[in-house]
Design a protein around this ligand. Sequence first.
Ligand SMILES: [Zn+2]
Length: 208
Amino acid sequence: MPDPVCVRCRGALHTPEVVGEWTCDAHGVVEPLHPALPAEAYHLSDVASSAAVPVWLPWPVPLGWTVSGVRRTTGTGPSRAVAVGLLGPGVTARQAELVIVAEEPGVGLGASYAGIGTTDPGPEVASLPSDTKVTADGRPTALWSLPVSDRAAYVGEASGLWLWVVAWPVTEWMVVHDDLRLVDVRAPENRLHLAELPVGPLSPRLAG
Ligand SMILES: [Zn+2]
């Protein structure tokens, strides 16, 4: 198993001298990020069993899309950030990619996929009207668009945690809308969907 990397910059980490304290030269103590795993049911199930945050899966999976990987941070306790990747036919691009992240504030996995330099969205986000919404665990969840140019990045809050949804290329922003229904794989009734998942090759953005 390759060594975990910095959740914020993907740089190398120093092995903890204090238990659980992985450090990055640029970012100090960070959550260690493990390599992306293929979206096989047993990987998703395993990640769901050890996550402190939802493992969001669009269900139903949008037509023509495949689930293409799962990635988590794990230090000494349960995962504080989990990302699920999907690949699908774009409306404008031949291939579109989607990464959905659930995380505790201060971790920075979602921000790293969104391409912003902080761990969390700035307070200015919530002072503006939301740009779109998705349905998370049956609840309409407002999302705010982030000012990045090469991808479409959105963030909102679901169950007291950040929900990030990032799409590539930027012209595929329309995949994020209120018919995108996210279910948490941790719930036993949602585990049943894993047997029916369309599984695709590992998503390069998720793995990067
Ligand atoms: Zn770093």
